[in-house]
Each structure stands twice: as structure tokens, then as C-alpha cells.
Design a protein around this ligand. Sequence first.
Ligand SMILES: [Zn+2]
Ligand SMILES: [Zn+2]
Length: 422
Amino acid sequence: MFGRVPKKSDNTKFYEVLGVPKSASQDELKKAYKKAAIKNHPDKGGDPEKFKELAHAYEVLSDPEKRDIYDQYGEDALKEGMGGGGSSHNPFDIFESFFGGGAFGGGGSSRGRRQKRGEDVVHALKVSLEELYNGTAKKLSLSRNAICSKCKGKGSKSGASSRCYGCQGTGMKITTRQIGLGMIQQMQHVCPECRGSGEMISDRDRCPQCKGNKVTQEKKVLEVHIEKGMRDGQKITFEGQADEAPDTITGDIVFVLEQKKHPKFDRKFGDDLYVDHNLSLTEALCGFQFALTHLDGRQLLIKSNPGEVIKPGQYKAINDEGMPHHQRPFMKGKLVIQFHVIFPESGVFSPEQCRKIESILPMRPSKHLTDMELDDCEETTLHDVSAEEVKRRKERQHRHREAYDEDDDDDESAPRVQCAQQ
Ligand SMILES: [Zn+2]
Ligand SMILES: [Zn+2]
């Protein structure tokens, strides 16, 4: 084993660094190192050189083989490779093997090992307008990855893992292939052996609960509180409830409210509620009253003022019967009713009835054309035009206008400003 006998060098310095006698036991070494390392940690304003020295001294003396070489031949013998390795270890690794990464409550150490953040999980949550009006709570059961409770996310029984040989610990593999003359495509993909973790766990050491995956599936029930006045698209966030993974800050579960269309009410302009109501011609002219069932089941009595005539398409509003303001639910928007007037069908009135109606309704503006005037007119016929037909015509015209917009200013439908001014 010893090719040549090294000359004896200093073999007391490491004991002095740790402040222990040469006869110190492993326990005494450990205690001495812990105390001095905390005191001299660079994160606590300690001297990095001293910290390194402590780690190195402890590393040598805690290894019986290395301690033996050091005691017999001194530090130089270790430098020359006896006992294997010398002092290649990072002093922070040794420190963390005692205290873990969060020794000072801050997570990462001075080396800047930063935890990555896990992804947020976003779910759409369908809600009715009634639920947004009244508020409700929904219990939702989700399954997610949780750090394995048996191995604490190590994946192995012993807590040990070794670097993956497939990717040298990087988690990624690069393959190249020729795709043409002198052209090479390089592709990077997740290492299949370690599935991107960069480490391997021997079959025997694998954690029986998570099979080495470090995480297990967990069922979780979340209670989502939908508050009065919340709106479509609003987010409700459960911080740190998404999938757990080792060395990762767990992301959030986010619910995005999706309001189902209501058959009667429409929410518009913030907290106003819109509802359509059909009136018969008689109601529109002579007055009406009806009961409207609100989103909380209350019956609202809606009635016209005496002598009031409602015109087709007219709006009327009731204050404080709209949606509640979110977080100030005692304040509410307006309830707006749009009235549609249903006219009688053709032919329902006899000539006799028409004369009666005519005697009551206001006079016709152009009651009579004289015979002379009639003689000057041409006879015409009125045909029905359906709403769909009007829509189709508009669309056709629109396409036509787009096609000729550049060079045809004489489009008949284009507004003629000059004419209007004459
Ligand atoms: Zn496990
Ligand atoms: Zn790998």
C-alpha cells in the first residue's frame, strides 16, 4: 500500500483547530465541530477560511483510517493521496450533514442552492348565478402528489442515493442524429433511467411505500368558499396545496369561477341584474302587475304606476335588488327589467272592434287622403320580411362593402355626409 515512506509532518494542527486533545473520542470530536462550525459559519458572519479549516479537520479526524494516517505521518501524507481523496469535500456539505439545509431557518445555504417553485394547478369551477348571489361553500376532492411519509421524500430506506450513471446526475440526456448532408440535430430529453432526478436508488434500498418515487398519491378535500357577489373569472387560491415534490416549493391550487348561464337573469356592468319581461298590449297600455322570483327565492311584486304606458323595449330599474357587491354584500346593484310588448296577431279584431279601438286611441295623423291625392298614387303590396332575412341581407352587404372598401366610395349603403348637409 505504501509505495514509499512519507516523511513525518505536522500532526497536531487538526486537534488544535477543533480544540480537542489528541485522545478525543468520536463523540467529543463531533461536539467540538458542531459548536465551532455554528460559531464560525459564514452565514452568521464567521470567517470562511476558519469554517473551511474546521470542516477539513473534522473530515479527517472523523474518518478512523484518515485519522490513523494523520496521527502517524501528518497532514502531508493525506495530501499525497494516502487514505484516498484528501480534502475534496465542500465544507458546507459537511455542515449540512449535521444540521440540514435550513440550519438558520432560511432554507438555502450561502452557496445559493435555491428551491424551485412547483407549478400551480388551475381548475375551472362552475357556479350558478344563485350561488354567486347567495354565497355557498363547495367541498371538492382532489388527488395530488404528497412527499412520501415513510422516507420523507428520499425515495430510499437508508436515505442514500447515488448519481445516475445514465446522465451523470444531470437528469437530461443529449442525443444526436444526422438529418441530412452534414446536418446534425441535437436533442435534449429527460433521462429515462432516473426520470430526470439525476439520481439512482438501488432496488434493495428502495422505499416500499413510494417505490422510490419520493411521492405518493394523496386524496385531499378542499372547501371552497364562494362569497356573495363574486364574479365570473374570479380566482380563489389555496396556497401551497398543489403537487408536492422534493426540494420544491409547493405551488398553489387555483379555482377560477365560471358562471353558468342563467335562464332568466343576466349580470351586466358590474353588479346590475338584467331580466326580460313580456307584456301584452293591454298591459302595456292599461297597466300591469306580476310577481318576479328573485335569486334567493323572494317574490318581488312589480307593478306599473297608474296611467303609465310602457313602450316596446323600454327599461325600468329597481334599486338595491341587483347583485351584492363582493365583500360589501349589504350594498347591491340595480335590477333592470326590459319590457317587450306582445302585439295581437293579425285578424283578431273584427271591423266592429277596430272602430271601437279607434274611437278610444288617439286620432290617426293622416286620416284621409282625398280622392285626388289617391289618384296620384301607385298601388303597392306589403310582404312580410322575417328577421332572419334582414340579418342575411345585412351580412351580404357587409361582405360586399369589405371587398370594395378600397376603391368604391359610391357604395349605396355608405353614409353620404354631403347629402345630409344639404
Ligand atoms: Zn417513500
Ligand atoms: Zn439519469
